[in-house]
Design a protein around this ligand. Sequence first.
Ligand SMILES: NC(=O)C1=CN([C@@H]2O[C@H](COP(=O)(O)OP(=O)(O)OC[C@H]3O[C@@H](n4cnc5c(N)ncnc54)[C@H](OP(=O)(O)O)[C@@H]3O)[C@@H](O)[C@H]2O)C=CC1
Ligand SMILES: O=C(O)[C@@H]1CCC=N1
Length: 268
Amino acid sequence: MQAIGFIGAGNMAEAIIRGLRAVGISSEIRVTNRSNQEKLQKMAEQYMIIPSTLEKIVKESEIILLAVKPKDMLGVLKDLQKDLKSSQLLITVAAGIPLKTYEMNLPGIPVVRVMPNTSSYVLKSMTGLVQGSVVHENHKRMAEEIFQAVGKTLWITEDKLNPLMSISGSGPAYIYLFTETLIQAGVSSGLSEVDAEMLAKETLFGASQMLQESGKSPARLREEVTSPKGTTLAALTVFWEKDLQDIVTSAAKACQDRAEEMEREYQG
Ligand SMILES: NC(=O)C1=CN([C@@H]2O[C@H](COP(=O)(O)OP(=O)(O)OC[C@H]3O[C@@H](n4cnc5c(N)ncnc54)[C@H](OP(=O)(O)O)[C@@H]3O)[C@@H](O)[C@H]2O)C=CC1
Ligand SMILES: O=C(O)[C@@H]1CCC=N1
């Protein structure tokens, strides 16, 4: 894999870098952030990254991966305008910034817009990828190599990226929220916090593995837990009566609406 430079050293950058090192990718990885030198030093020790600056990253990386918050992106694009070359590939993980913003600010530079998730950290990301207008097959392969190393990938068109984000990009947070609420339900019924946490986490972990390894659909797996007139049915009936489907659909819609709002804000 070619030399990669990360601009941004936060949650998403670290999850990807940890994943790349975990699968044995030994390429040069340079990283810069805004001000947190301590974080860069820690990442150097943990993941053999080279703490760097934006200027050096532009000079020394074939692939530049943008992992700053959307509000900081336009500033970074301005800083990249001077020295970036069309032989370099730009990959952005930012939510809510359309491809045209990158292409307007950096004409002629190939850009791939991706939406991974933080499970890159354990090589289980589900990453959506969208190709920009000057992206060729070799650029697609370069982007794919990074994100296939840390999980599964799916090429889509840009109009599908916000729907994808509302399921797999933000989705881990929904699952963590559900886990938190399951722990609290256990504590409310008299379990200790420690026991409730172990029960909830192991249950989520086991169910995830069943989804991946059993070859059965989620509906079939649910039915196998649910005895007629039994305890699970009593619990599921509450989810249905309170319209879990409506709650989840509305949450995913809110995620997409916010992304669209951001895209209007950051289209300059
Ligand atoms: N977290 C997630 O689950 C996902 C996030 N994303 C996207 O990833 C991007 C990053 O998110 P996340 O990692 O959570 O954010 P974090 O806040 O954890 O990290 C942001 C990083 O950007 C750095 N930074 C800010 N401004 C600059 C600058 N001008 N130059 C260089 N570095 C800068 C910060 O440095 P410092 O710490 O020094 O201020 C920090 O290291 C976002 O755009 C988000 O939409 C996409 C998919 C999932
Ligand atoms: O919350 C956010 O905006 C980012 C995008 C997907 C996950 N986290």
